[in-house]
Write a new protein. Structure first.
Length: 782
DNA sequence: TGCAACGGCGCC
DNA sequence: AAAGGGCGCCGTTGCA
C-alpha cells in the first residue's frame, strides 16, 4: 500500500508551497520535497532567504502516482477531465487555504496552478499574482523542471523573491485603473496626439503585419495605466482616408521630434527601424530615454527579455499575452497595444531604480543606450556589394562544386552528401570501417563526429585523399550558401541587424533568447529577414572582395591591437605582461616564444609564434592542456609544459582567476572597469568561473569599441560612415580624397579611449587599414 | 509542408 | 579526469 505524504511545516506560516505529487524519495520517507527536487528547492529557498521552517509545504496529490505519471489522475488523454480523486485533492488544498489563510501560496508547477486557479501553462503564468479563496497565489516553475533544465532556475529565484515580498501582507496590490483610449475619430485622434506633447514620459509600441509589411497601429503609454492606441491599418486596408492617414502620420512624426519628451520602448530598434522606413521618422532626433529590453539585458543577459517576462518581474499585472489573436476583432489588437505600452512604461521606471541599485545606471545611459541609434544607422545603411564580382564568384564556385561532386561520386560509387552528418558517419565508420573519432557536442557529451577535424585526423592516419575532397566540397557549400548567396536588400546592399541585448522574433511575442551574455554585439539577418550575420564573413579574399565602399569612398578598418590580451594584463595586474604589451617593440607573441626557447626574437618561426599565441589565449581563459594540445597539435604533456611556463612568467593571471572565483562565490555579480554589472545564474563550478573569466575582458573590449562608435558617430565628417562593428574592430568608409593624416587623427581621437583599470590607465592602440574592397586592406601610411 | 533539433562551420 | 568563451546561419533529419 503506497504511503501518503502529508504536508509538512507550520500551517500558520505566511508562505505556503504547494507542489504536484510526491516522487520516489518522498514516498519512501513520507515527507514532501526531500529528493532531488527538494534539494533544488532548498537551495533556492536558501538563496532567496526563506527558511524552510517558516513555510508549510504540501502537494496537491498526496500519493505517488505509478512511474511518477500524473496523467493517471485524468480520465482522458487530452488531460482535460480530472478524476474524482484529483477533484477531491483540489478541494482539499482549497479548503486548507480557506481555513488557514496564509499570506501567499506558491503554486509549484502546472498541476498546482490548475488546482488553485484552474489555469494552464505554468511557463506563461509563472510570476503572475493570482488568487484562490481570497489568498494570493504565485505560480512558479516546479523544482523538478529545474533539475531537468537548469535554465529554468533563474525565474524560480526571481519569483520566490516576489513571493517573499508578497508574504509580508495578506493584501493584494491595488488594482490597475486602466484608461485605454482607442477607436477615436480623426479629429479626436489629432487632438489626442497633440495632448501627448505635454507629457514628460511616453512609452511607445507599434504592432506590425509582416505579411503586409505595414504598421497596423501605434500605442502611446503615458503612465502605468493610461494609454492611447492609434490604428493605421486594419485587415489589409487603411483605417483612414489617404488624406487622414497622411495627416496622422505627420502629427506622429512631429510628436517624435519633440525633444523634451522622454521616449520609452521595449526593443526600440525594431520600432524605430519601421518608423523610419515606413513613416520617415528621423531616428536621430527621437529623444529615446529608456529601452527596457536593453536595460534589462545589461544586468541579466542570461534571462529572457521579452515583455511578458519583464512584466512578470517588474509589475503586478498577470500574464496577458493569452488574449485572443486577430479573431478577436480590432479592439483586441488595440487593447493589447495599449497594455504593451503601459507595461513598458512601468517596467522602465522600475528597471531604472534597479540599475541604480546595482550602480550601473550610468553605464547603461552612457554606453548601451547611446549605442542604439548609432547601430540603427549602421543597419539601415548596409554595405555596397560588387554585383559583377559576386556573380562571377558564384559561377566559379558553382562550377567547382559540380566538378568536385562528380569526382566524389565516381570515387565513392554513389551519391554521398557531405553536408549530411548521418550519411558521412555511415560512410566513414561503416562503409570504410574507420575507427570512430569523437568530440564534445554542445551538451558536453562525447559523440561520434564527421567534422573537419575528424576528416583531417583520419586522412593523416590512413592517407585518404577523398576526405580532402569532402572538406573542399563543404567549404564551397559554406561559402556559397551562407555568404555569396546571402539575400540582398532591394537596393542591392547587404545589411544586417546588430543586437545589443535580445530580440524577439515571432509576432505572438513569444520570447526568444537573444543577444550576447558578454556585452558584445551580435549580428544576424535584419527585421525583414534579409541579409545575414556580418560579423563572421570569412577572412579570405574570396568573399570579402565583394564588399566595396560607396562610389567616391574608401574603406577604413580600425582594430584594437591585441585588445583582450591587454585587458587581461590590466585586469590581472600582471605587470610583466602589461610591460611586454605596452613597451616591447618586438612582436609580443614572438617575444614570449623567444623567452621560452631562450633564443633571439628574430629566430622565432611563424609556427612557433602561432603556438604561443594559442598558449597565451589558453592560459588567460583557463583552457586545459588537452584542448590546447589539440589546437596546436602537440602531446598533452607538452601543452602542460607550455602552460606552466606562461603561468610562471605571468603569475598574476592565476590570482586573477581566483579573484573572479571569489567574487562570484560571494555575490554572483561581476563588475567591469567600465561599470557594467552582470548577474550570473549558472550552476556553480569551473564552467561558471571560466564564464566569468571570459566575460570581464570580453565585455571590456567591446564596451571600449562601442564607446568609440558612440563618440565618433555624432562627429563624423560629411561622407564618413560607420558600417560594421566586429567585436574589436570597426569598418568605416570615408571620402577617397580624405588625407591619411586626417583619418589617423580622427580615429585616434575618438577610438583610442583611455580606461582606468586597477588604478592604471589602459589605452589600446589602434591599427588602421585602408582599401578599395574588404579583401585588400593595407596599413594606412601617413 | 512546416518546424525544431542537431551537426557543422564561419568569425572574434 | 578533463574542461574555451562568445555568437548566427545553413542543410539535413525526423516528426507532425
Amino acid at each position: 500500500m503506497p504511503q501518503l505524504v502529508q504536508g509538512e511545516g507550520n500551517r500558520n506560516a505566511k508562505i505556503w508551497l504547494i507542489g504536484e505529487a510526491p516522487g520516489e524519495q518522498e514516498e519512501k520517507q513520507g515527507r514532501p520535497f526531500i529528493g532531488g527536487a527538494g534539494k533544488v528547492l532548498d537551495g533556492i529557498l536558501h538563496e532567496v532567504g526563506i527558511q524552510r521552517s517558516d513555510t508549510y509545504i504540501d502537494n496537491v496529490i498526496q500519493r505517488r502516482p505509478p512511474e511518477n505519471n500524473f496523467n493517471i489522475f485524468y480520465k482522458d488523454k487530452g488531460k482535460k477531465t480530472p478524476t474524482d480523486e484529483l477533484l477531491a485533492a483540489h478541494q482539499r488544498v482549497r479548503e486548507l487555504i480557506k481555513a488557514y489563510k496564509p499570506n501567499i501560496v506558491v503554486a509549484l508547477g502546472n498541476e498546482a496552478l490548475r488546482a488553485l486557479t484552474e489555469k494552464n501553462q505554468i511557463t506563461h503564468w509563472r510570476g503572475s499574482l493570482l488568487e484562490c479563496e481570497g489568498v494570493k497565489v504565485l505560480p512558479v516553475i516546479q523544482p523538478t523542471m529545474v533539475m531537468k533544465q537548469y535554465e529554468h532556475r533563474p525565474s524560480v529565484v526571481l519569483d520566490l523573491h516576489k513571493a517573499k515580498a508578497q508574504s509580508l501582507s495578506p493584501y493584494f496590490p491595488p488594482p490597475y485603473k486602466d484608461n485605454f483610449r482607442f477607436n477615436l475619430s480623426f479629429e479626436e485622434t489629432i487632438s489626442v496626439i497633440r495632448e501627448l506633447h505635454e507629457k514628460e514620459y511616453i512609452a511607445f509600441d507599434i504592432e506590425t503585419s509582416q505579411e503586409l509589411g505595414q504598421i497596423m497601429c501605434i500605442g502611446f503609454g503615458t503612465s502605468k495605466e493610461e494609454a492611447v492606441c492609434i490604428p493605421i491599418f486594419y485587415s489589409k486596408t487603411s483605417w483612414w482616408t489617404a488624406e487622414e492617414e497622411i495627416a496622422i502620420i505627420k502629427e506622429i512624426r512631429e510628436l517624435f521630434a519633440i525633444q523634451k519628451i522622454k521616449f520609452i520602448a521595449q526593443n526600440a530598434q525594431f520600432d524605430l527601424v519601421y518608423l523610419a522606413d515606413k513613416w520617415g521618422i528621423d531616428v536621430d532626433r527621437v529623444n529615446l530615454w529608456m529601452d527596457t529590453m536593453i536595460a534589462f539585458h545589461c544586468v541579466y543577459p542570461e534571462l529572457k527579455k521579452g515583455l511578458s517576462f519583464l512584466t512578470s518581474i517588474y509589475t503586478n499585472r498577470p500574464y496577458y499575452k493569452n488574449m485572443p489573436g486577430s479573431g478577436g476583432g480590432p479592439d483586441v489588437l488595440w487593447t493589447y497595444n495599449c497594455l504593451d505600452t503601459v507595461v513598458t512604461y512601468e517596467c522602465a521606471m522600475e528597471l531604472r531604480k534597479e540599475l541604480d541599485e546595482f550602480k550601473t545606471l550610468r553605464f547603461y545611459e552612457e554606453n548601451s543606450h547611446k549605442l542604439i541609434k548609432a547601430i540603427i544607422q549602421m543597419q539601415r545603411r548596409g554595405i555596397k556589394i560588387d554585383l559583377d564580382r559576386k556573380k562571377k564568384i558564384d559561377e566559379a564556385l558553382q562550377m567547382d562544386l559540380e566538378v568536385a561532386t562528380l569526382r566524389l561520386q565516381s570515387v565513392v560509387g554513389y551519391t554521398l552528401n557531405p553536408a549530411s552528418p548521418k550519411q558521412m558517419k555511415e560512410f566513414l565508420y561503416e562503409d570504410l570501417g574507420l575507427p570512430p573519432v569523437y568530440k564534445k557536442n554542445a551538451l558536453k557529451q562525447q559523440v561520434i563526429t564527421a567534422d573537419e577535424d575528424a576528416l583531417e585526423t583520419l586522412d593523416e592516419r590512413y592517407n585518404l585523399p577523398i576526405l580532402k575532397l569532402i572538406i573542399d566540397i563543404r567549404h564551397i557549400n559554406k561559402l556559397l550558401s551562407t555568404y555569396i548567396r546571402a539575400e540582398l536588400e532591394p537596393d542591392d546592399r547587404l545589411k544586417c541587424a546588430f543586437i545589443i541585448g535580445g530580440n524577439m522574433k515571432d509576432e505572438f511575442g513569444e520570447e526568444k533568447k537573444g543577444g550576447t551574455e558578454t556585452g558584445r554585439l551580435s549580428s544576424r539577418s535584419n527585421v525583414y529577414g534579409r541579409g545575414t550575420n556580418l560579423q563572421n564573413i570569412p577572412r579570405g579574399d574570396l568573399v570579402r572582395s565583394i564588399f566595396i565602399p560607396d562610389p567616391g569612398c574608401v574603406f577604413i578598418n580600425a582594430d584594437l591591437n591585441k585588445a583582450e590580451a591587454r585587458a587581461v594584463a590590466y585586469l590581472a595586474r600582471e605587470e610583466r605582461l602589461r610591460n611586454m604589451l605596452d613597451n616591447t617593440k618586438e612582436d609580443f607573441y614572438k617575444f614570449i616564444a623567444a623567452t621560452f626557447f631562450k633564443k633571439g626574437v628574430a629566430a622565432i618561426t611563424d609556427s612557433e609564434r602561432q603556438t604561443f599565441k594559442s598558449v597565451v589565449h589558453a592560459a588567460n581563459y583557463m583552457v586545459g592542456e588537452t584542448k590546447l594540445g589539440k589546437t596546436i597539435g602537440c602531446p598533452k604533456a607538452r601543452a602542460r609544459e607550455l602552460l606552466d611556463f606562461y603561468y610562471a612568467l605571468c603569475p598574476s593571471i592565476k590570482c586573477w582567476h581566483m579573484e573572479i572565483k571569489s567574487t562570484l562565490s560571494k555575490s554572483k555579480i561581476l563588475r567591469t572597469p567600465l561599470g557594467r554589472a552582470r548577474m550570473f545564474f549558472g550552476r556553480w563550478g569551473d564552467d561558471l568561473i571560466r564564464e566569468g573569466v571570459a566575460y570581464v575582458p570580453q565585455s571590456t573590449v567591446s564596451d571600449i569599441i562601442n564607446l568609440g562608435i558612440i563618440r565618433a558617430y555624432p562627429n563624423l565628417p560629411p561622407g564618413w560612415e560607420i558600417l560594421l562593428q566586429i567585436h574589436d574592430a570597426i569598418l568605416m568608409q570615408v571620402p577617397i580624397e580624405t588625407p591619411p593624416m586626417h583619418i589617423q587623427k580622427f580615429v585616434k581621437h575618438y577610438l583610442e579611449i583611455p580606461v582606468e583599470i586597477n588604478d592604471k590607465m589602459m589605452t589600446i592602440p589602434i591599427d588602421i587599414k585602408v582599401g578599395m574592397n574588404w579583401a585588400k586592406m593595407a596599413k594606412l601610411e601617413v
